[in-house]
Design a protein around this ligand. Structure first.
Ligand SMILES: Cc1cc2nc3c(=O)[nH]c(=O)nc-3n(C[C@H](O)[C@H](O)[C@H](O)COP(=O)(O)OP(=O)(O)OC[C@H]3O[C@@H](n4cnc5c(N)ncnc54)[C@H](O)[C@@H]3O)c2cc1C
Ligand SMILES: NC(=O)c1ccc[n+]([C@@H]2O[C@H](COP(=O)([O-])OP(=O)(O)OC[C@H]3O[C@@H](n4cnc5c(N)ncnc54)[C@H](OP(=O)(O)O)[C@@H]3O)[C@@H](O)[C@H]2O)c1
Length: 509
């Protein structure tokens, strides 16, 4: 991209890492195998374990950024506050808070890669701020607080709580967990490549040495990635894979709950396996049965100065409350975005964020999203899928630069058709089952706002074509072919090889 445009990355944090910089709670880890939760172009022969913990992923991202000198275009401690499209200029005016000073920048194109799970939120429980003890959210862990021998409440039963509970349970005096809804605890992802029991394992020195051979490492990664890219089949109603996963999870949960009918009734969902983000949850069900843990299977109704009152009216006095209560996943909240005709993305996407192929939004020209609405956030490793969305945006940037394009904007009919197709397809998938999930903007019913309608390969194929016919394209000049210039090319001008297309081995384009 550097050949035809300048770019800058504004990052609100002081370093790279995103999710893995921010989420530092005990037990934070990736449940996708480390070798495929890796940049496709930046492999790491030295992953310590099959499934890596958060700090190791954060370090890996930093290593890659350093190795490829990627931080040179990043402004750290720079939070984007606002982006407004100016039609006459064909530019976005972007307001950024850099170290406490608001500056304005202009750009032909903005790529929003600010993360779908990057806007943590407090739960709306009355009295939350009255609590006199230690209050924290899983996404902003306070390392200065010592949980040892404390009475602690954990609110939530999602992937974050599932990792926190088994790590803190042995440390605390007593833990009360508030579980408002049941959840499926699955087997590990790509478990056929994990240890003999399907669990995590540490790579030996010999294995790491072998992975230094780029061919061997690639073959290993390809095997896991190939298998993992088939996960989507298990997330469609009625497939043999779905039946198998669901029954296998029921078996795993029943066994790990030691046959307790009461716990099984409360923890095993009646909605379909995979409706909300799956969690393998090593040690979670065991921790819930520990003598120092009291699971409460109803909502935290109210918070007092000393603890939490559950919806049966019982008060649970605690020293600390951990809210593992998730994120604002409305896709448009990180900063205000004003597009054509004064429209704001916040307003346009308030009830139902309808994107074009997850990467663009109507009336927000030259704005691209990585992991926008209805992107493949749940059925494969996210890293390649983010790369494909990024590469799609870069292709447009290149075309716009070369062909002197003022702006591109997806046509309304293309957005409509995409969303009709998407919601119709998603009816086949378990995401539409009756669970509350961030895939549905933390609702039980309603459109599935987060998921791609198809397999990872399906997304990849669609990202590899630009489909200009789906866009309104406005040029910088009244004649769209102004970029034809003086009728010669750089090859003519520089007297480069003017017969480069003659080849000994066949046809060349
Ligand atoms: C605790 C946790 C565990 C997860 N585990 C897994 C897993 O096991 N497997 C998996 O596939 N996925 C997992 N995910 C999902 C994870 O978010 C994605 O895999 C991936 O990290 C998304 O990358 P991203 O770059 O899109 O977003 P992020 O990693 O969130 O990065 C977004 C970046 O944008 C910056 N930013 C945001 N707003 C602004 C602003 N206004 N101005 C400037 N900068 C801004 C942020 O500071 C951040 O650096 C997990 C998520 C969480 C929260
Ligand atoms: N791979 C991993 O290991 C991993 C780890 C962490 C996070 N993640 C990613 O991050 C996503 C978010 O995970 P998360 O666990 O942070 O959030 P989450 O999945 O949205 O879970 C939030 C939990 O908090 C509960 N909750 C929210 N508000 C509440 C309230 N007012 N009272 C009581 N309970 C309340 C929810 O209950 P209900 O269920 O009733 O809504 C839910 O159990 C995951 O889905 C996943 O994509 C992945």
């Amino acid at each position: 991209m550097e050949d035809y445009c300048e770019h800058v990355i504004y990052e609100k944090n002081p370093e790279v890492g995103g999710t893995w910089y921010e989420n530092q709670y005990p037990g934070v880890a990736c449940d996708v195998p480390a070798h495929i939760y890796t940049f496709t172009w930046g492999p790491n022969p030295n992953w310590s374990h099959f499934y890596a913990e958060g700090p190791e992923i954060r370090q890996h991202i930093q290593n890659v950024a350093k190795e490829y000198d990627l931080t040179k275009n990043i402004v750290f401690n720079a939070q984007v506050l606002d982006a407004t499209w100016l039609e006459e200029e064909g530019k976005w005016h972007v307001k950024v808070d850099v170290n406490g000073h608001v500056k304005e920048d202009k750009a032909d194109v903005v790529i929003n890669a600010s993360g779908v799970l990057n806007n943590w939120r407090w739960p709306s429980i009355p009295g939350l701020k009255d609590f006199k003890g230690h209050l924290c959210h899983s996404a902003v862990w306070d390392h200065s607080y010592d949980y040892e021998d404390k009475k602690v409440a954990v609110i939530g039963n999602g992937s974050s709580a599932i990792q926190i509970v088994p790590k803190l349970q042995p440390v605390v005096k007593h833990m009360t967990t508030f579980i408002r809804s049941p959840t499926w605890i699955s087997s590990n992802f790509a478990a056929q490549h994990a240890s003999a029991e399907g669990g995590n394992f540490e790579y030996s020195t010999e294995q790491k040495k072998e992975f230094e051979d780029a061919e061997k490492l690639l073959a290993y990664r390809k095997k896991i990635e190939h298998d993992f890219n088939q996960l989507y089949r298990g997330l469609e109603y009625g497939t043999p894979e779905h039946e198998f996963f669901q029954e296998e999870s029921r078996r795993i949960m029943t066994t790990r709950l030691n046959g307790s009918k009461e716990l099984a009734e409360k923890l095993i969902p009646t909605w379909s396996f995979g409706c909300r983000r799956l969690s393998p949850g090593d040690g979670y069900l065991e921790a819930l049965q520990a003598p120092n843990v009291t699971p409460i299977f109803n909502a935290a109704a109210r918070i007092t100065e000393d603890g939490i009152v559950d919806s049966d009216g019982t008060e649970h006095k605690v020293d600390a409350i951990i809210c593992a209560t998730g994120f604002d996943v409305s896709f448009a909240k990180q900063w205000t975005v004003t597009g054509r005709h004064g429209k704001t993305l916040q307003e346009q996407w308030k009830d139902n964020p309808q994107s074009y192929f997850s990467v663009c939004a109507k009336d927000f020209p030259n704005l691209f999203f990585v992991l926008g609405p209805n992107s493949p956030v749940g059925n494969g490793s996210l890293i390649p899928q983010m790369e494909w969305a990024g590469a799609y945006a870069v292709k447009w940037v290149e075309k716009m630069a070369q062909e002197q394009i003022h702006s591109i904007d997806p046509k309304q009919e293309a957005v409509d058709d995409f969303n009709v197709y998407t919601q119709e397809y998603l009816k086949r998938t378990v995401y539409t089952s009756h669970c509350r999930s961030w895939y549905k903007n933390n609702k039980i019913d309603g459109p599935v706002t987060a998921m791609w309608a198809g397999s990872p390969m399906h997304f990849k194929d669609l990202m590899s074509t630009q489909r200009g016919e789906d866009f309104d394209i406005k040029y910088c000049s009244p004649n769209r072919f102004r970029f034809f210039g003086n009728g010669t090319t750089w090859r003519d001008a520089t007297n480069a090889d003017l017969s480069y297309y003659l080849r000994k081995d066949g046809f060349s384009t």
